[in-house]
Design a protein around this ligand. Structure first.
Ligand code: MSP
Length: 512
């Protein structure tokens, strides 16, 4: 069985998740479900980045004196948000866990042994918002250009990582492996950075209140990014002390896909691979950096009061509607805009009127004209060709395999539109009036019902709750249907005749 290890970034917990964080996590979930469908053994990781100054300061603002208590509370909030959104992660890593401390220590010692860590003095700026050492070119009037807050000038003795040792090896790896950094514009961006701007980086902070201590030098804490990146190894037992404990690591590393936002490209596409090279570990197959989106044209920020809570939104529209909207609206990899007006219009037009209505009308007609049962199918009659045929599946899988989720949804909606048109053209209500056309009516209805079953399969990774609702209304057992291998399930004709359908409420009730 092939394996598929994918991860999201681990999130800072100085605040609760917003729709931007949910975007990365939802896309990862879609891919995890898709690869499970294809039969891979999937390991889907997400979690929280806890050893950061940002979190420490947020705890103080929240008047929480006990940092651990604050971190526990906030991390639980993130985990429960993903639960509410139906995210199917296989593990949830916290960087304050013992397993992570062990992994970081082991990693540090290995890199140190390989000669890539040295002591020096860092003099320059640090932006707590970015949790990064920044240069004067990143500042506008002494403020961080992103966070609009003054960057702190610091001068301290700390440890450095010989990132520049890996300049040539990184360039070569990126050139030899076109799928390594995606999309192309991010690959070009990172090549420019590695060639022209990359320097050695400071990887510890002096006298620090939070952070993992540098092995054998407790006055220094490991820089939060050096610590955080290692989470991808920790979760699969890199730090385990026994051979038995390393089974997962052997099986799963290197990761197949690491999803990130474009804001953290440098850390993941330059520092991280160099760290891995230094620790004699293979590099992930693909690092995909998606774009950022604005809300109704504005940057999402607390001060603008436009931060969108994904759970509140899902309460109104459903988890699947949010998933559908994010994936159809924003080309994966590009920047985009999130608009509540477009969400509502899209929901009512595409989900309620097109998909929802198709399901409801097909089941209503089955109730009315076919005695509530799936009719027998005689033979493919002229003009009633299977609607989900090889081409549909091929186009769908090709879109999914290339992260083109909007196109994958386009394929699904092509099936929905064709089915709706077929009903309008064939007019089953007329066919039902005449005994001579009974056979054609049965063929038509079978065709439409089998299309719904297959739509369930096409929808399963992207809109899993909808897929299950469709199957339930078709009278199928969700468990039995899911247990089929995808290759078998997509063969036309899998719906058995005579099963009783269980028509329910419209799956996407209109929202006014
Ligand atoms: N803790 C680091 C990551 C360490 S990974 C080893 C971090 N955390 S974060 O909480 O700031 O989350 C960053 C991620 O959230 C981004 O990379 C991106 O994936 C996602 N997004 C945050 N805001 C977003 C938007 N407005 N739009 C799209 N994605 C957004 O950086």
């Amino acid at each position: 069985m092939p394996k598929f290890y994918l991860s999201t970034p681990i999130y800072y917990i100085n605040d609760v998740p917003h729709i931007g964080h949910a975007y990365t996590t939802i896309v990862a979930d879609v891919l995890a479900r898709y690869h499970r469908l294809k039969g891979a053994e999937v390991f889907f990781l997400t979690g929280t980045d806890e050893n950061s100054q940002k979190n420490f300061e947020a705890a103080r603002v929240a008047d929480e004196r006990d940092l651990k208590k604050y971190l526990d509370k906030m991390s639980a909030k993130w985990q429960s948000t993903w639960d509410l959104l139906g995210i199917s992660n296989d593990d949830f890593i916290r960087t304050t866990e013992k397993r992570h401390l062990d992994a970081v220590k082991k990693f540090w010692l290995k890199v140190q042994k390989n000669g890539d860590i040295y002591q020096g003095t860092y003099e320059g700026f640090y932006c707590v918002g970015c949790e990064a050492f920044v240069t004067e070119t990143d500042l506008v009037d002494s403020n961080c250009a992103i966070h609009k807050k003054p960057a702190k000038k610091i001068k301290e003795k700390n440890y450095f990582f010989r990132l520049t040792n890996y300049r040539d090896a990184l360039i070569k790896h990126i050139a030899d492996n076109p799928d390594f950094i995606q999309p192309i514009k991010r690959r070009n961006e990172i090549i420019n950075y590695i060639k022209d701007f990359m320097t050695d980086v400071s990887i510890s902070r002096q006298n620090f209140v939070c952070g993992i201590p540098v092995p054998n030098h407790r006055q220094q804490a490991i820089y939060v990014w050096f610590d955080a990146l290692i989470n991808y190894l920790t979760a699969i037992d890199y730090g385990a002390k026994t051979i038995k404990g390393k089974v997962l690591f052997k099986k799963l590393w290197p990761a197949d896909l690491q999803l990130i936002g474009k804001d953290i490209l440098k850390f993941h596409a330059a520092l991280w691979p160099a760290m891995l090279m230094s620790a004699d570990l293979p590099l992930p197959q693909t690092i995909f950096a998606h774009g950022y989106f604005t809300i109704n044209g504005d940057k999402m920020s607390k001060s603008l009061g436009n931060v969108v809570d994904p759970v509140e939104l899902a309460k109104i529209y459903s988890n699947d509607a949010i998933r559908w909207f994010l994936l159809s609206e924003i080309k994966f990899g590009e920047d985009g805009d999130f608009s509540l007006v477009r969400l509502k219009d899209g929901y009512n037009n595409k989900l309620a009127n097109e998909l929802g209505n198709l399901v409801h009308r097909v089941l209503s007609m089955t109730e009315k004209y076919c005695d509530n049962k799936v009719p027998k199918f005689s033979a493919a009659a002229e003009g009633l060709d299977p609607l989900c045929e090889i081409d549909i599946w091929r186009d769908f899988e090709s879109a999914m395999d290339h992260f083109r989720f909007d196109e994958a949804l386009g394929v699904i909606w092509k099936v929905v539109a064709t089915a709706n048109q077929l009903i309008d053209k064939e007019k089953p209500w007329d066919l039902a009036k005449n005994d001579n056309t009974r056979g054609r009516l049965n063929d038509l209805m079978y065709n439409l019902l089998e299309t719904l079953r297959q739509l369930g399969w096409l929808l399963l990774p992207i809109m899993p709750e909808t897929a299950e609702k469709i199957w339930t209304q078709l009278g199928l057992s969700i468990e039995k249907e899911k247990a089929k291998a995808m290759d078998k399930a997509k063969i036309w004709g899998g719906l058995r005749a005579e099963i009783k359908i269980i028509k329910g409420e419209p799956i996407f009730p209109k929202i006014v």
